[in-house]
Design a protein around this ligand. Structure first.
Ligand code: PMP
Length: 286
């Protein structure tokens, strides 16, 4: 496996970063996960726009331009002989003597990329069968809109889900409303048949798939309503699903052990899955 570290392509075993990297010591950095299918990126510019916003929020200067990112990612795909893969891209503030405040003289940001084969067939199976989610308290900080590598709240939510035999943890805020999944956006088709997801604010990540699915749904005359929902509302909803780069639209058929609808993927979700795949096809030719 070939990875990219600070300007170099190296075998993974030979790649290293400093123990004084601020990403390691303070989670002082941001990341993106881009999906490549058929060797082509999905929603590349939307991911790069969000990366720019994440970097700006932390006052880290973009270490390279968008064109350069694309070149390095294409190289990663080629050097690893991958056609369907996710590319993890992480940028941290860089290496400095340990001190919480930003270094007075900004170090060069550290860039790391790693690619991982993506199993499209496995995703298709999940989309057909649906997945279970559990609820778990949202323990995260107050700037979840920034895609930082500070993910302990998300890690604990996903671990709780795994231990319960579920695929995703839906995090619940102090008012009892679902914020989002540990690595996906939460959606329902409520009892009135409205497609519903939480509004964008500092308490959730502006998901790329959320944005794309919102557009797709609006074009299909099922414009989403941006209104939060509780676990009880989701359990008694007609349908529920998650959306993310790696799960596309995946039906949620069980929440805390309670079946959603008749416990199988519903018609609105299945329609959105088809429409989203058509979008993927247009973008990547997959
Ligand atoms: N919310 C969180 C907390 C996430 O980590 C992710 C995955 N990056 C998402 C939502 C989905 O975002 P996207 O569609 O951009 O993958």
């Amino acid at each position: 496996r070939i990875v990219y570290v600070n300007g170099q392509f190296l075998p993974r075993a030979h790649a290293s970063v400093s123990i004084e990297d601020r990403g390691y010591q303070f989670s002082d950095g941001v990341y993106e996960v881009c999906l490549f299918l058929n060797g082509k990126p999905l929603d590349f510019h939307l991911h790069m726009d969000r990366l720019d916003r994440s970097l700006a929020a932390l006052s880290i200067n973009p270490p390279m331009g968008r064109g350069a990112f694309k070149v390095v990612m294409d190289q990663m795909m080629r050097r690893n002989r991958l056609r369907d893969a996710t590319i993890y891209l992480q940028i941290t503030r860089g290496v400095a003597r340990r001190d919480h405040a930003f270094p007075a003289f900004p170090p060069a940001p550290a860039i790391v990329m790693a690619a991982q084969r993506f199993n499209v067939a496995a995703l298709r199976e999940k989309q057909k069968a649906g997945v279970a989610v559990i609820s778990t308290p949202d323990l995260r900080w107050k700037r979840c809109d920034i895609k930082t590598v500070s993910l302990l709240g998300n890690v604990l939510a996903k671990q709780a889900a795994r231990e319960a035999g579920a695929l995703e943890g839906w995090m619940v805020d102090a008012q009892g409303f679902v914020t989002e999944g540990s690595s996906s956006t939460a959606w329902i088709v409520d009892q009135q048949g409205r497609l519903r997801t939480r509004r964008l604010a500092k308490d959730i990540l502006p998901g790329i798939t959320r944005h794309v699915v919102g557009d797709i749904a609006a074009n299909a005359q099922i414009a989403p309503v941006e209104e939060p929902f509780t676990i009880a509302e989701a359990q008694s909803a007609k349908e529920a699903f998650i959306a993310s780069t790696t799960s596309s639209v995946t039906p949620v058929t069980q929440i805390d052990g309670v079946p959603v609808g008749d416990g199988t993927p519903g018609p609105v979700t299945r329609d959105l899955i088809d429409r989203h795949w058509r979008h993927v096809l247009r973008e990547t030719g997959y």
